[in-house]
Design a protein around this ligand. Structure first.
Ligand code: ADP
Length: 308
């Protein structure tokens, strides 16, 4: 599994990265940690980065791209990795795309932890207090002044990546204001849905290769997934119509997923009670009827489910 964690300083990237490392047995590659190590070791990179980091600015793209491409080559990253703090700019994201492409690897998801800015200062202050208590060295950029500069750098250079990965259909947005536990659960839930949908898509592709009929990728939300699955299985009369339906269903599913994120804390519980399922059904039904020539199976399933 290859993941990216996006979010401002204090969003909880480090905490969630550690949990993902344990769960998926992948490595965490944190450019911040690597740069701090380089600074401590007074390497050439460290000397270049030291003052920039202390002031809250961004280290030049070529420097971080260099360290990441070296790091990804290491054998321990072969099973997958989670990038924490990289990419931080669009050129870094493009460099990562090229790097992965050249190695024949694909990115599974970019996870954005969305948080209220007002909470960040408090979180960073709490982190400083905990580190001091544990007798650890506090980061010199964890001060209110530098934090505001780091936040400004995030807004200007890193936030555009949310759009970048959304365009590539890789973006997962998680409400980072929930508790650590809830955030972890939500990330795991969405990643499991992705893995699920990838597995069934592969199955469907294999099946359709036999039938020689076009198949589209499934949605990520379970209730809509079934409908899409049926559609993929049903003999598709017109490839164009099916494609249009698939796209619209996907859009609808995205909408539902977004809604779930907007309702912090509620989503998991609501989903288990079937509330999310209900709204997914509705949205899918809407989307399907919007499509000019919907695949019959999608319509049928959506109707059936709405009746229940
Ligand atoms: P945080 O995410 O909490 O802001 P990090 O530990 O990820 O902190 O990074 C600390 C500092 O290291 C950043 O403020 C920046 O100066 C530098 N840095 C880390 N990653 C990158 C990157 N990908 N590109 C440029 N600078 C980086």
């Amino acid at each position: 599994m290859r993941l990216i964690l996006l979010g401002p300083p204090g969003a909880g990237k480090g905490t969630q990265a550690q949990r993902l490392v344990e769960r998926h047995r992948i490595v965490q590659l944190s450019t911040g940690d690597m740069l701090r190590a380089a600074v401590a070791a007074e390497t050439e990179v460290g000397l270049k980065a030291k003052d920039i980091m202390a002031s809250g600015g961004l280290v030049p793209d070529d420097v971080v791209i260099g360290i990441i491409s070296d790091r990804i080559e290491q054998p321990d990253a072969a099973n997958g990795f989670i990038l924490d703090g990289f990419p931080r700019t669009v050129p870094q994201a493009e460099a990562l795309d090229n790097l992965l492409k050249s190695k024949g690897l694909k990115l599974d998801a970019a996870i954005e932890l969305r948080v209220n800015e007002s909470a960040l200062l408090q979180r960073v202050e709490a982190r400083v207090a905990q580190m001091t208590e544990r007798g650890e060295t506090v980061r010199i950029d964890d001060t209110p002044e530098v934090l505001s500069k780091r936040l400004a750098a995030y807004r200007a250079s890193t936030e555009p990546l949310v759009h970048y990965y959304s365009e590539k259909r890789k973006l997962i947005t998680i409400d980072g204001m929930m508790s650590i536990e809830e955030v972890t659960l939500e990330i795991n839930r969405v990643l499991a849905a992705i893995a699920d949908s990838d597995a069934s898509a592969t199955k469907a592709v294999r099946k359709s290769a036999k039938k020689k009929s076009p198949v589209k990728r499934e949605s990520l939300v379970r209730p809509a997934k079934k409908a899409a699955k049926k559609a993929a299985k049903a003999p598709v009369k017109k490839a164009k119509a099916a494609k249009a339906t698939g796209k619209t269903v996907k859009k609808a599913v995205k909408k539902v997923a977004k809604k779930a994120v907007k309702a912090p804390g509620k989503s998991a519980k609501a989903a288990s009670r079937g509330k999310t399922a209900k709204s997914a059904k509705k949205t899918v039904k809407k989307a399907v009827s919007k499509a000019k020539k919907p695949a019959k199976a999608v319509k049928k399933t959506a109707k059936k489910r709405a009746k229940r």
